[in-house]
Design a protein around this ligand. Structure first.
Ligand SMILES: O=P(O)(O)OC[C@H]1O[C@H](OP(=O)(O)OP(=O)(O)O)[C@H](O)[C@@H]1O
Ligand SMILES: Nc1nc2[nH]cnc2c(=O)[nH]1
Ligand SMILES: [Mg+2]
Length: 156
């Protein structure tokens, strides 16, 4: 979905950290040995999961989604150098339409694909996620926001 919706789900750094740690709890004890972060959104949860699960091998795959007529296809700008395996965690911040997840699952068919947030359309494509978000809601992530003054209600 695009940012045309006015339903927003605002995520603070603290809430993002808490939800990602909850994801780490779900993955603990499963013996993952490496992480591939789906850049850019997956970089932040990947760092948190690497710390919590004591995983020191962390790589990234850099992708860009096409817009307009080629919607759904994904361009790999830089591939990961880690091989696909059942001990590999592929991490993204969220799944929306599922197009990114679909392409990454094809790229890493053995790996475990996880996100922090999932919308209904993309949910079947993730192995683990923490928070359900409605399809028509835009997730505002903390790195896309800044603190700003808010007028008192009486002045609005
Ligand atoms: O399920 P989908 O509809 O494919 O959407 C999910 C993808 O969209 C966002 O990335 P985006 O392409 O905005 O780029 P970024 O991570 O570089 O910000 C998000 O980080 C996921 O990777
Ligand atoms: N920040 C953000 N990026 C997205 N990419 C696809 N869906 C979303 C969303 O809801 N929020
Ligand atoms: Mg992304």
């Amino acid at each position: 979905m695009s940012l045309s919706t006015n339903k927003m789900f605002y995520v603070s750094w603290e809430a993002f950290h808490r939800a990602t740690k909850e994801l780490a709890h779900q993955l603990l004890g499963k013996n993952y040995t490496a992480i591939v972060a789906v850049s850019r959104g997956g970089l932040v949860p990947a760092a948190i999961l690497a710390r919590e699960l004591n995983i020191r091998v962390v790589d990234s795959i850099c992708v860009a989604s096409y817009e307009h007529d080629k919607q759904g296809s994904l361009r790999i700008l830089k591939d990961a150098s880690i091989e696909d395996s059942e001990q590999l965690l592929v991490v993204d911040d969220l799944v929306d339409t599922g197009e990114t997840a679909k392409a990454l699952r094809e790229h890493f068919p053995k790996a475990c694909f996880v996100t922090v947030y999932a919308k209904p359309q993309g949910k079947p494509l993730v192995d683990h996620y923490i928070t359900d978000i409605e399809q028509d809601t835009w997730i505002q992530l903390p790195w896309d926001m800044e603190l700003a003054y808010s007028k008192p209600l009486a002045d609005k």
